[in-house]
Ligand binder design. Sequence first.
Ligand code: HEC
Length: 154
Amino acid sequence: MQKFSWILNIILVLIIAIILYVFVIKGSVTPTEDGRSAIHITLDERTKILGDMRKFLEHVQAMVEAIGDEDMAKFSTAASGVGLIQEPAPPVALTAKLPLEFKTMGLETHKAFDELAALADSGASYQALASELSVIMSNCTYCHRSYRLEIDEE
Ligand code: HEC
């Protein structure tokens, strides 16, 4: 009896590990011909993510413009506008499809913009802000090199 429950425990732990791997770590991904991983999501989910992406780019454009204009308030507003505080948590169904690295990098990028806004508010130089922005933008380029979005019909 004791041996039976021992085996049952191992089976349970294995099942939990598999569920965690599939829904938290791996996500719904397949390899592609261009070397990136395709994340399979619905049309609505893709529309939402791409909308967030265009918002990222618009805010980065405003930050670069603010550096050129030496306008610290404008820089801070542009950075905090894409911070984590502005970002509602994604729906559970989408979270399960995104690989852990993708989720982590998305979160870290939003968080980094909050820190960048705080840096601007603390009176950092425009040069320091530009260099910090370029570090954050390596997240953009890394993620674009690694992933693409594909629509799976329901
Ligand atoms: C966590 C990963 C990730 C991060 C971080 C990320 N992106 Fe993206 N982005 C993507 C993916 C995936 C696509 C879709 C690419 C595809 O399907 O070919 C995309 C698409 C885009 C698009 C195209 C939008 C459209 O309407 O087609 C823009 C613009 C963009 N990203 C800007 C940015 C900028 C700017 C940053 C950094 C501030 C950024 N992204 C950070 C993953 C990311």
